[in-house]
Design a protein around this ligand. Structure first.
Ligand code: SAM
Length: 280
């Protein structure tokens, strides 16, 4: 079943958190002169036109990136992410929003490789179009988890693996954990960043609990909720679970989360959490 299209959700509050964390991790990897790989298991289209009827229909970006992209009081640690959005919209009108592959490509230039996997027949064509002729980007229409099993460890021995499933199927929480465990067995020093939605608090607790029981260490969880938790009445927040985060990430997110949560709040219950699920 592939009914999910990210174009309905591009630039929403969840994308902002995810792409902000992604940016900080890539910026940290770039600090060393040695090459690395950016591997995106669920890449989607790569770029979104916010004037598209799908974006306009939900208007989710209006409660996300539109609220912050021109803020002049954003924390310093957000500048790199906000610059990507500005570069994509040079005339001052918010028209395009980058998907995770384009966020990565913008930061990484031509030095490092991107491995992108996606299954949706329409989105994979858009992705191919976006990176047409770019020899540093490999795009494959294969299952994202098969991809990490086949492609890890990378020859460069340095990688960020972003795992961003649509969570349409009941098995997807377990699939994500199993995928990371399998990948970690092959490549224990990689950075793994998994996105999850906050729809049901009890489900998130079970999910995090299960994650801690896999024998993997050094796991940071970052979550931002824009309204009060519910038990299954829509997405009220989202989070990232990061294995082997760069050492500065926690400090940078401490700077970012209070400001970002305030800007994206939809009611007085907006809140954030940052905790070590498992210490190093
Ligand atoms: C949430 S979107 C990804 C958004 C993208 N990472 C971003 O931040 O711009 C999830 C994508 O996963 C794709 N997908 C679903 N199941 C997949 C699988 N098993 N392997 C690869 N892609 C899959 C969907 O078609 C959808 O485009």
């Amino acid at each position: 079943m592939l009914s999910y299209r990210h174009s309905f959700h591009a630039g929403n509050f969840a994308d902002v958190l995810k792409h902000q964390v992604q940016t900080l991790i890539i910026d940290a990897l770039q600090q060393k002169a040695t090459p690395f790989v950016y591997h995106d298991t669920h890449a989607a289209a790569g770029r979104y036109d916010l004037r598209d009827p799908k974006s306009e229909k939900t208007g989710e970006y209006k409660e996300g990136i539109a609220r912050i992209w021109q803020a002049d009081d954003a924390p310093e640690a957000m500048q790199s992410y906000l610059e990507i959005i500005e570069e994509l919209n040079p005339n001052g009108q918010l028209t395009y929003y980058p998907g995770s592959p384009l966020v990565a490509k913008t930061l990484m230039g031509n030095f490092n490789r991107l491995e992108l996997t996606e299954l949706h027949p329409t989105d994979i064509e858009l992705l191919k179009q976006e990176f047409k002729g770019d020899r540093k980007v490999r795009i494959q229409k294969i299952d994202g988890y098969q991809g990490i099993r086949a492609m890890l460890p990378p020859p460069q021995r340095r990688a960020l693996v972003l795992i961003d499933p649509p969570y349409e199927l009941k098995t997807e929480h377990d699939d994500a954990i199993e995928g990371i465990v399998a990948a970690h067995k092959r490549f224990a020093t990689g950075i793994y960043a998994l996105w999850y939605p906050m729809v049901s608090r009890s489900q998130v607790k079970r999910f995090c609990n299960k994650f801690t029981q896999q024998g993997i260490r050094n796991i940071l969880r970052i979550e931002m909720c824009v309204r009060q938790d519910t038990e299954g009445y829509g997405m009220t927040g989202s989070g990232m679970i990061i294995v082997n985060p760069p050492w500065k990430l926690e400090q940078q997110m401490k700077e970012i989360l209070p400001w970002l949560t305030k800007q994206l709040a939809q009611d007085d219950s907006a809140h954030f959490t940052m905790e070590w699920l498992v210490e190093e």
